[in-house]
Design a protein around this ligand. Sequence first.
Ligand code: ZN
Length: 390
Amino acid sequence: MSEYLTDGSKTYGRRRRLSGPRLALAVLAGVTLVALGLLAAVGLPATLDGSTLMVRLGTTSSDVLMLTSVAERSGDLLAAKDRRVLRTAGGMPPSLTYRGARVPTNAPLLPFRAYGISPGDDVVEPTKSVTKTVDPPVDYRGSGPLERVVRYGRKGVSVTVYGAVSGDVLSSEWVVPVRGELVMRSSGAYASSSGGKVRGTKKLVALTFDDGPDPRFTPAILKILKDNGVKATFFVLSSHAKQRPDLTRRIVADGHLIANHSRTHRDMTKLNAAELEGEFRRSQEAIASVTGAAPRFFRVPYGITDAKVTAEARRKKLQLVGWEVDSTDWSKPGTATIVKRATPQRNGGMIVLLHDSGGDRRQTIAALPAIIRTYRERGYEFVTVERFYK
Ligand code: ZN
């Protein structure tokens, strides 16, 4: 405490003896104070673009910009696609410059300086990318109420890049390309016109399995049929029968009926005369080479037929067989739906369309025991299609 007092009295002592240079310093300090006072009160001049600008203490770049017509000098908002103006003055605001350099927005301005003004930059809109799942387009061929998927579609995934403000599409590409679905339509009258109409009112049901044999699914179906003492009809593709002769012969050995479902599974109405004849002949020969007997029954692929096809079938002494009940198992609608559709409440005999190949047939396998049980409970007898054409 005493030391502080001593220092204080020394300082006081010095200031009492003001000499020349110290007086000048004091005057300068006084002038500075006045200048600062002026600066704080009315400001001191600087220039902006050649015009005088009064700069007060604490005036910043943005204060000045607020007083000028900023909008006129702001940049524009441009489209990402073609750089067209989306919004005038929608870009960056202008800024002050000093000796060519931008003055930061909150920097205080100093008097006696020549400031310039630089227009704001244009701004390009931001972009956004949108990922979309696209359902496959469906291509229908033929006409009629019966539909069958010939080729399954696949959903596609596309990524589209848009201008966030303009909505312009900048790019669009498939991550997973979409694949269209092909559906064959056929007339419900087909079953009767091709001889598949079941005669009589007796409770007979023929379960028919198309497109096999298939080592993944046919054995499980054969086991269920055997366990339940049911005989069925297998409309095989001759190409499959040739590839799997043992499985084909096992179907015969189990007491089922082998029938022909063509060699290539093409729409037979699209074949020329020679191809049509060859399709019947070669498929019959191939199946006979495996089982030892040429089939008597033929089911056209997709149920699509016409006068030329039926005439050629007659020449080959083949009975065309359609169906009366489509389980729609080919569309994999779920086990419960397959059971329901395969067992409608009708009187008289029925031919039921099912599949043991041509796709994943696990739902068909799961549905089969309930289908058999339902027909049994209604008093039906299981037969092969032969019984309907005697
Ligand atoms: Zn088929």
